[in-house]
Design a protein around this ligand. Sequence first.
Ligand SMILES: Cc1cc2nc3c(=O)[nH]c(=O)nc-3n(C[C@H](O)[C@H](O)[C@H](O)COP(=O)(O)O)c2cc1C
Length: 142
Amino acid sequence: MKKIFITYWSGSGNTEAMANSVAKGAGENGGEVILKPVGSALADLVKDADALAFGSPAMGDEVLEEGEMEPFIASLSSADLRGKKLGLFGSYDWGDGQWMRNWVERMKGLGAAVDGDGIIAQLEPAKEALALCYELGKRLAE
Ligand SMILES: Cc1cc2nc3c(=O)[nH]c(=O)nc-3n(C[C@H](O)[C@H](O)[C@H](O)COP(=O)(O)O)c2cc1C
């Protein structure tokens, strides 16, 4: 059974809804899912997972949420991520997804096997975006 660790930051619930769909897809495909809001003491969960999914809305000016998600991402090294399947997702509003393009490149730079281009949803995720998150979860559990 694959261990899938999913962590996210969400201020108004949009990215959280995406995280829940990733978790549902992974769980329904036989994965052992650990789903947690981002915070401290996550290093061992990252190391122990077979696959990862991280979610953050676009914040600041096209950056990750700066209080908790950015420090978490900054704490990761290529030893944690090299060759590991990683899904990225998040909600945005007025931008064009630049934060996600930057995030995908950053994680590829640490050697993660990033799934596609990341999944983005404007504000509250529509059912199409939630379906993409569900499919992502299924792939992560394969
Ligand atoms: C302080 C702040 C900064 C934001 N900066 C951006 C931004 O740079 N680009 C963008 O597209 N949306 C930006 N947004 C919009 C959020 O990404 C959007 O409201 C998103 O749906 C929030 O997701 P959440 O419900 O998971 O917190 C910002 C929102 C806030 C509150």
